[in-house]
Design a protein around this ligand. Structure first.
Ligand SMILES: C[S@@+](CC[C@H](N)C(=O)[O-])C[C@H]1O[C@@H](n2cnc3c(N)ncnc32)[C@H](O)[C@@H]1O
Length: 266
């Protein structure tokens, strides 16, 4: 897979802006909210429609091969043109959202099997990618959800994935909230977010503050990435559950075999 070579290994996240379209979206600093709630619908709709059409054309609807077959997702698969295409032909930033990562899979499975964790709660899915864990929280009865990802294309993918699962879209924010004042959340979930050392340090500081200021419960899904298992956060984790990964996920993730949900208690 040509496209996968640069980013599938979870190399440090790059913020390369790839197209005029994305520059336009980013320069407005727009949070991406559910369609019909946006005050400037007319201004954004052409960009959004273009992005939506691109995603629909270049992803495949998948509901097998992950830990949560009950969640349907638009993902990049070997049957998609860009799986084989040269990476520089992809018009947007690296499509982390186009893979359902093992950390997110474990978290989503856990929330679906243990709805009491989220029922009636406010839930932030930080680094939500395709949105599967936020979708799992919604399916399990969370009262308020925010999916947050710094990639606006992820925001669009989450919208499409909500539709696919017959869910009313929840709010989606595509700003870096690690720089903003913290809101109060009952639960923060992070799937496969510890793939870069600087980001891991930043998340660790942010999560400690969240825990101490608001008493927020924090669940982290991770398949044993070195940036996570070698990080000082390890002393503050309690193992909740470990899942054996399905074969297709193992193949896509260079031999990772399990994924674990951790409870962060600093
Ligand atoms: C490896 S993917 C995991 C996606 C999803 N949680 C899953 O498990 O499938 C990491 C995601 O985090 C996002 N991300 C990176 N830095 C971020 C930040 N500071 N705030 C929010 N999202 C971020 C990326 O855009 C990417 O979609």
């Amino acid at each position: 897979m040509a496209l996968s070579l640069s980013w599938m290994l979870l190399a440090p996240f790059t913020t390369n802006c790839c197209s005029l379209l994305m520059k336009a979206v980013r320069s407005r600093g727009l949070p991406l909210l559910p369609w019909n709630h946006h005050p400037r619908r007319g201004v954004r709709s052409v960009l959004e429609l273009e992005m939506k059409a691109f995603l629909e054309e270049n992803t495949e609807i998948i509901s097998s091969g992950s830990l949560t077959p009950e969640i349907h997702l638009r993902l990049l698969t070997p049957r998609c043109k860009f799986w084989w295409e040269r990476a520089d032909l992809w018009p947007y930033s690296d499509p982390y959202w186009a893979i359902y990562w093992p950390g997110g899979q474990a978290l989503s499975r856990y929330l679906l099997d243990n709805p009491d964790i989220v029922r009636g709660k406010s839930v932030l899915d930080l680094g939500s990618g395709c949105g599967a864990t936020a979708i799992a929280a919604k399916m399990s009865g969370a009262s308020r959800i925010l999916a947050n990802d710094i990639d606006p294309i992820a925001g669009m993918a989450i919208m499409l994935n909500c539709e696919l699962n017959q869910l009313n879209p929840f709010p989606i924010l595509t700003k870096n909230i690690l720089d903003l004042e913290q809101d109060k959340w009952d639960l923060v979930v992070l799937g496969d977010m510890f793939y870069d050392e600087d980001l891991a340090d930043c998340l660790h500081r942010w999560l400690k503050k969240c825990f101490w200021t608001h008493g927020t419960q924090i669940l982290i899904g991770d398949p044993g990435r070195p940036q996570f298992s070698g990080h000082s956060i390890q002393n503050q984790l309690h193992k909740v559950i470990e899942y054996s990964l399905p074969e297709p996920t193992r193949q896509e993730n260079n031999g990772l075999t399990t994924s674990t949900v951790w409870d962060f208690q600093p």
